[in-house]
Write a protein of this length. Sequence first.
Length: 588
Amino acid sequence: MSLLKKYGLLVAAFISFQIIHAQSTIPATLLCCQTEINGDVTLTWSASPEGCGAFVQYDIYYSDTYASGYTILGSIPAIGTTTFTHVGAGGATATWYYYVVAVYSCPGYTMTSSDTLDNIDPIEPIIDYVTVTAGNSELFWFPSPSPETNAYIIYRDNAGFIPIDTVWGRFTTTYIDLTGSPTTKVETYTIASKDSCDNAGPFSTQSHHTIYLTGQQVNCSDQIDLDWNLYDTWAAGVDEYQVWVDLNGAGSIPIDAVSNTTTNYSVTGLNDGDNVCITIHAFRADGTAVSVSNEFCTTVNIVRPSAYNVIRNASVNSPTQIFVEWYPDTNADLEKYSVLRSEDNINFANLITTTIAPLTLIENYTDNSVSANSKSYYYKTISTDSCGNNLESGVVRTVLLTGSDNANFTNTVNWNAFEITNGTVSEYRIYRDEGAGFNFLVSTTALTNTYTDDVSAFINLIDNFCYQVEAVFTLSAPENGVNEQLSSFSNTICLEQGPRIYVPNAIVPEGVNNIFKPVIIYGSEEGYSMKIFNRYGQAIFETDDINEGWTGVYENAIVPLGTYAYLISFTATNGRLITKKGNVTVVR
């Protein structure tokens, strides 16, 4: 065998020897050391799963100091026995440290001891910080220094701390509370440690709480006022608070920093309709932790005032009703409107103030408290936004139509000029109703406010004529871009051509004008009578025939010349009884 080969075998044997002699047994796991009521301390462990050789015994070591001075307290030869009681330990007042060694008959193996535990309850962990994540509270803490710690009990303050959950593992150091409400209030937490024997230590007296952020948009402005509570449980304190804003989903970024004693801030420069989400970040003074508040989100609603309020029309519907229209700014945040009326365009009285819901393109109001046959009215409106800003419209004036019947068989109608802000009258149209409905009669210029209608063609046919005037105008409002032709109607008036009677004042029985007979216009035969009286009051002629006249004859002879009285009665076409008295002269 070569020297090199011998050397290789020697090295391999040495490595194998080192591996064998470097192996250690698998230790038992000391679970807990529980102090009993009488002061004894009971140790509990789990058996070692070592399989290198035969089990010999468990050796229990103890000391009154953690670092040194350990001596054997006792030995247990049965592998299935996993408890041991340190009798007389006085554990209620004394602190002892223990570990267990599982001894095996394994030549070359090192017997490995368990962890070292003490008999006091597990020490509470130190909370690092609490923050809000996705609407839930999230806790961070440092592991308990007690090696027997096997779990942590999470407590939340609800008129006193109550346990809400248990998390397992000594080195588990985070927890998310899915049942809290950090988006609606401040949530406060503390933690306690627990060992494998369910011994729980005291919870931490240094509780931590979330930062609760609230916000309120300042009415009628682009400003949101923020308020939050201080994060005041860090020993190092807070360095500063930062305001982070996510505008319209673009991502959250810091916009400003405030001092560690500030609990309010105003975000400005926002636009109507912006979707804003805001958080407050508390930075610990040592730079090792950040606590984030809940997220306050809102849609900015900046009140948009009226850009215009355009009066559109006012038209008479009936003697007691006028219909008013106007254009509100439909893009404005209007809260209410008012309609005002005046008789002199100076003193306006409020007719109504009402909430707008919903807002329409053309708003209207019907005024049922007018005397449209006797007065012309002025109207205007006031739009009020939710900030109390008012915008007054222009003014519109209705058309009042008046008239008279004339003896020459004409009717004259008169009206005031129609007036409206942003409007120009192009013409007035006159309509007449002879009993079968209104028909267009004639139009006049915008500067004409009177018209005389000749109704002589209707003598003894029609005596009552109704009229209405339509003001045709163009509304051109640059405020809202309206350009349209509209009409406003006046009230309706009816004029009656009254009954007329024409009577001769003399007759010549033997001449040309030889008969006395009245000419009656707008009268009927019904109830007609005519009587002639001499100077003694004696009736010398009487008839009820409207077509019969007196020829100056009494008892078949022409009466002497002179003056004779007459009494004529008839019923007018309008139903009125007409009586006429007078004298007629007989000339020969």
